[in-house]
Ligand binder design. Sequence first.
Ligand SMILES: [Zn+2]
Length: 200
Amino acid sequence: MASLYFYYSAMNAGKTTTLLQAAYNYRERGMEPFLLAPQFDNRFAEGNAEQAWIASRIGLKSPAAAFNGESDLFALVTQAHQRQPLACVLVDEAQFLSQTQVWALSDVVDQLNIPVLCYGLRTDAFGQPFLGSQTLLAIADHLEEIKTVCDCGRKATMVARLDAEGRAVKAGEQIAIGGNDRYLSLCRKHYKEMVKAIED
Ligand SMILES: [Zn+2]
């Protein structure tokens, strides 16, 4: 029986590296993983809709099928599976999945019997759960935390978004994909202190 997995963490814990290692392990055994990654930029408009890249901070990268908020992921996986039998589906930045898409991925598990492994942030920079992550936390068969640390040595569970002056941003768009310099993973205590510092 296949399962739906959710590997969650704060920023810069190595989620993408873990995903790419899993893809490598499958390929090494002659099995085909299907990689999915969100595509937010204008490559959709330019007709290059199917291709995305998954790149990790330590330099690994792999092509992936792109999805946006409208993508029918069950159809996408079914078509790929018909071309070549899939051993698993690996989803990067799974926090950006819609509720419908998470349920569609659960259909991939339950109807096609293909394991689906999702990797994503649990919580946004304002301490709120991402919708995709919230749904995965609700319905995944297996939840696993990929751990990283705050400067104080505690486990970092929160993410602060930093402005150009290095201060925590308190409001704004939930989806703002940026480099490492714009986000900081913190323990809850230090996250609260950082957010409070800009209220005073
Ligand atoms: Zn801390």
